[in-house]
Ligand binder design. Sequence first.
Ligand SMILES: [Zn+2]
Length: 447
Amino acid sequence: MPGNSGFGTKTGAVPAPTVPGAHRRAGRATSVGRGWAYTPRPVSDTPAREVCYRCHKPQPMCLCANMPSVDNRTRVLVLQHPRERRHPIGTARLAQLGLRNVRVEVAWNAGAREEQAPAWLPADAALLYPAANARDLSELIDAEKPKNLVVLDGTWHTARTLYRDKLWLQRLPHYRFSPEKPSRYRLRREPHRDYVSTIEAIVEALRVLEPETEGLEALLGAFDAMIDAQARYIGSDIGVKRLRRRRPEAERRMPRALVDGFERLVVLYAESLRPNAGQARELVQLTAMVLEGGACFEGFTRPASGLPAVPLLQHMLLAEGDFERSSELPALARDFEAFVQASGPRPVLCAWNQSTLDLLAPLLPAAAAGLCLKSAYRAVYGADAAGLDAVVAKLGLQLPAPTVRGRAAQRLASAVAVARHMHARTRQSHAATPAAEPAPSASFDAV
Ligand SMILES: [Zn+2]
């Protein structure tokens, strides 16, 4: 709708005051009538996020759990300006998710004059548009109520353009409504105070046309949640950006994966042996722990050169019996892959020693791109820390108890504890950042 749709008030209606705090809720507001342009400008140093395939929002902001399924009687036909499609979720998408009786059509040939109504348009369709000749929906008796209602989705400007160029729109019966209150998500530079977002316009119209229909409030609630989540998202990114300016040089070297990829980290530890001086090391035991949740993996394999000699086995705190259920390398790799895949999307492997990643790289391609915790630790805390045990002692870390055998349990636990500690440190720093009004650099997209 015009922009968010613009619905004028009745002639002579007194514009309601702007809702205090609305700007904050909407993040840094948006521009004129952007159909709710709550899409933040991409922050270049922010890694790609998992996106919900259904609502198209980043997973932490997924709306699906609270999305109602409104059984609306009046069919809503959203005619969307092509530019609106660029938004990961416009309110048209919200309508698609929340309404059962809805259809979204993109006006591909926007700008072209169009006499002929499209084939999808029902003969009895009406248009929700605040033109001068529009009737107020509240004045209609039941028999007059439209069964198919076209709603324009675009900025105020693009919606007006659609209306101007699609001559068939102008021939439809026009309806408007009088908002009970101004948009709760007031945009900063809306042309008029009483314009509401497209989804709000749809809900308002349905409330008048079919007041008995349930779930409309919940649909607005989902919209609320989206705006809130967006504001938080932007606020947090600002927090990171501001923090980065203030953090000491060393701390800025913290790998991104330890800052905001925590839930994807899988810590590895491997035991190996070198058959003879100068020969490559051979894997003996592979262990892993998912940082978040603590799920563990353990697998044994018999090196081509034979089992480790007894003194080495004892050093590893292992026994021959531990190899009774050993696997060939390819099978071990497959088992590990399955474990990692189950841990979540786009896992990041890490290990205290780079040598562990190097050893596993031929077997696990993801290890080649893995994160060396020791390097990360030294980058952040300085090079004074010697070994993993010394670091754990120095920091006084509590160790988890991974369900793996041998020395690996302690080694793996130590690496996990250090990784958690480093992540917690970044979290604390972030939490200390004032939750300020989002800065201009993260503004919502402008038209
Ligand atoms: Zn979702």
